[in-house]
Write a protein that binds this ligand. Structure first.
Ligand code: NAX
Length: 326
């Protein structure tokens, strides 16, 4: 069997990690023959809870899990990491503005960027989940100059999956028959879930979704506010579906995917999005761990407006973050 993969998870005692660990340990994400060394990072007050999670991982008796390490030191957790899943973040409290959330998370992602830069495998693949995910990824990359920016990504696969599921439901078909759905921009309520070119079993979905008017009134806000709806109903934010999306993101990236998926990646000027932000694009994942932004999509005016709005939010977040670097 192949050499073990060193997989680091931050926020490992939290609720997303609790749903993610079984997916990783069972071989669902990296394949049924891929052994793992788990490196679990938490802040000191959560280490007792983490030790309980570690007991459960051990009690799972997963043949693929070769070792489990628990620590509160990023320089230990990220050592020789091949994959880093950054779930841990400062939570949004009632009354906190986006700016405050950014300010609380900046030092976390700065320190973790520096640690990754020092001790991780040079080809480490990183997915940032903790919010504000896109801008946290930008901060991380800034402080990890020796890691290729393209190896750092942020999660928008949950939004992508939510969009796929809603299209399949309305078209009365299976998610596996839906093509051409993608998420543009920020993992926030300005994200643009784009189904203007989507098909279900080869049929255009736009007419059945009520055309542009139907999208603007129904589908788009439904996806943008889905996270809030889950919190409202469950009293806690999405965890099972978030963990599943992290698994999907990593499996597509590492093993390749014949479908087009959504990932927040460094903007490279594609579709007029300025460099310097992490932006969700439709991407094609090639087997062997690389991806490319899908080119040549002819964007209609309707889509352009939404894409410009979410880009403007990310440019503003970038400015706010840069102001805090000094
Ligand atoms: P929890 O509060 O259950 O768990 C977070 C864990 O992170 C806690 O155990 C905490 O002790 C730990 N932590 C905090 N700071 C840390 C640090 N500096 N180093 C290591 N660990 C640290 O939250 P959970 O529900 O698991 O959500 C985690 C994050 O995911 C939140 O920021 C949340 O907003 C974000 N989400 C992002 C999504 C996305 O699609 N990008 C979707 C789901 C989720 O809302």
């Amino acid at each position: 069997s192949p050499a073990p993969l060193n997989v680091c998870i931050t926020g490992a005692a939290g609720q997303i990690s609790y749903s993610l660990l079984p997916l990783l340990c069972s071989g669902h994400v990296f394949g049924p023959d891929q052994p793992l060394n788990l490196h679990l990072l938490e802040i000191p007050p959560a280490l007792p809870a983490l030790s309980g999670v570690v007991m459960e991982v051990i009690d799972g008796a997963y043949p693929l899990v070769k070792s489990v390490m628990q620590t509160s030191d990023p320089n230990v957790a990220f050592r020789a990491a091949h994959v880093a899943i950054l779930v841990g973040a400062f939570p949004r409290r009632a009354g906190m503005e986006r700016k405050d959330l950014l300010a609380k998370n900046l030092p976390i992602f700065k320190a973790q960027g520096q640690a990754l830069n020092q001790v991780a495998n040079r080809d480490v693949k990183v997915v940032v989940v903790g919010n504000p995910a896109n801008t946290n990824a930008m901060v991380l990359s800034h402080f990890a100059p020796d890691i290729a920016p393209a190896n750092i990504t942020a999660l928008t696969r949950l939004d992508h999956n939510r969009a796929l599921a809603q299209v399949a439901k309305r078209m009365d078909t299976s998610v596996s028959d839906v093509r051409g759905v993608c998420i543009w921009g920020n993992h926030s309520s300005t994200q643009y879930p784009d189904v203007t070119r989507a098909t279900a079993s080869g049929k255009e979905v736009l007419p059945k979704m009520g055309g542009f008017g139907g999208l603007a009134e129904g589908f788009i806000p439904l996806i943008q506010k889905r996270g809030a709806a889950v919190i409202q109903a469950r009293g806690m934010s999405s965890a099972m579906s978030a963990a599943n999306a992290i698994g999907d993101h990593l499996r597509s990236w590492m093993l390749g995917d014949s479908r087009i998926v959504s990932m927040a990646v460094p903007a490279d000027g594609s579709y007029g999005i300025r460099k310097g932000v992490y932006f969700s694009f439709p991407v094609r994942c090639v087997r062997g761990g690389s991806y490319e932004i899908v080119q040549g999509i002819d964007l209609d005016e309707f889509s352009r407006k939404y894409i410009d709005a979410t880009a403007a939010e990310l440019y503003a977040e970038r400015e706010e973050a840069l102001a805090l670097f000094e």
